[in-house]
Design a protein around this ligand. Structure first.
Ligand SMILES: *Cc1c(COP(=O)(O)O)cnc(C)c1O
Length: 376
């Protein structure tokens, strides 16, 4: 069976984790957490990175930092993971979903402005597949309407928009290091903070509402409850696992891109023959091969190909069920405008296996089965 995903593993991870155990440094904010944070700050140019227990939690932190509250509206795509919306729903805000662009599956930046009301407080672009949203337009709209921007860059580590790292462009950016992402610590994430003025409050939120981070730096001699907060610190053992990958991030990125390109080249003739559609990477976007997807004619053909690949030992998957069609999406959010592409495009999309370590032979085999199914 060719798995859909195999979590990234680099041999140095075992050694680094052992070091945590031997030194009895397994709690949060140890040496590996510091190394990972520094790596992210250096590679993204963001003012501050705080490692978190997940991207979901990083987004919850961002929601707290924006001060969003009851009845406020937040504009986002419906084609995304539940956490993008939940982080704001937890604060009593209303997700206002707008349609996606069919080429990138990202929020359609031309439809954002019409969804803005007196209650709108922010925009949450999701960089699907590590391909950037049209950030110049989004930041310009946000500036004109005095809105904040939280980037859901869960899939965007090592990807950029016009030279700027994803996650570093908006007020806050959220990375995921879940095992299905390009770089993993099992469960984990990071909050990227563009403006250093928010760092102190972010540290307090992450440390259960206390100023413990300041205490650890020796800036105060005891710590206490100073604000709202929760527990968003990952164990240093998880950070050690992640650091082993960050150290060789270029190599992992290149290996993923090589698989992506191989899929693209192999399947281009099918695209040219009008049998399927391939991902689009607009000019100015440098992607990170987070995923390789194809688009079929419709839901029926997508399901038939998925079953055919399974019979041939290949696990292909799809996502997401658009949030506005889900029970909680109907309860907590609303769709602005017409759903022209969100549902239709999500039903035709199929993700093919892509992970660090996937062999070119397997990519060729998978493409061969896709060709066979489509009669090419
Ligand atoms: C994976 C993912 C998340 C959630 O990440 P966790 O680290 O599992 O919380 C959020 N948004 C998007 C777009 C994702 O792909």
């Amino acid at each position: 069976m060719i798995n859909f995903n195999v979590p990234p593993y680099v041999e140095t991870a075992a050694e680094y984790i052992q070091e945590c155990v031997k030194n009895q440094k397994i709690c949060g904010d140890g040496p590996y957490t510091a190394k990972c944070s520094r790596w992210i700050e250096e590679h993204t140019g963001t003012a501050k990175c705080l490692l978190t227990t997940s991207c979901t939690h990083a987004t919850e932190m961002a929601a707290l930092l924006t001060g969003v509250g009851e009845g406020d509206e937040v504009i986002m795509p419906s084609y995304t993971f539940v956490s993008t919306a939940n982080a704001f729903v937890l604060r009593g805000a209303v997700p206002v979903f707008v349609d996606i662009r069919p080429d990138t599956m990202n929020i359609d930046e031309t439809k954002i402005e019409a969804a803005i009301t007196d209650k709108t407080k922010g925009i949450v672009p999701v960089h699907y597949a590590g391909v950037s949203c049209e950030m110049d337009t989004i930041m310009e709209i946000a500036g004109r309407h005095d809105l904040w921007v939280v980037e859901d860059a869960a899939q965007g580590v090592m990807a950029s928009y016009k030279g700027k790292a994803l996650g570093s462009i908006g007020d806050f950016g959220c990375f995921s290091f879940h095992e299905t992402k390009n770089y993993s610590m099992g469960e984990g994430g990071a909050l990227l903070i563009r403006d250093a003025a928010y760092v102190e409050e972010a540290e307090i939120i992450r440390e259960k509402g206390t100023n413990r981070s300041k205490y650890f730096r020796g800036q105060i001699d005891k710590y206490s409850w100073v604000g709202r907060g929760s527990s968003y610190l990952p164990s240093d053992m998880n950070a050690a696992y992640l650091y082993s990958q960050l150290e060789i991030a270029e190599k992992i990125n290149e290996a993923r891109l090589a698989c992506w390109r191989r899929y693209y080249e192999n399947l281009s003739p099918l695209r040219d023959a009008g049998k399927l559609e391939l991902p689009v990477v607009p000019e100015g976007c440098t992607h990170n091969a987070h995923m390789f997807y194809i688009k079929l004619k419709d839901l029926e053909q997508r399901e038939a190909l998925k079953a055919f690949l399974y019979q041939n030992g290949i696990l292909a998957v799809f996502h997401y069920v658009p949030l506005h069609t889900a029970a909680a999406g109907k309860k907590y959010g609303r769709f602005h405008g017409e759903d022209i592409y969100t549902t239709k495009e999500s039903e035709r999309l199929l993700r093919l296996p892509l992970y660090y370590g996937l062999s070119m032979e397997n990519v060729d085999y998978i493409c061969g089965r896709v060709k066979e199914f489509l009669g090419a």
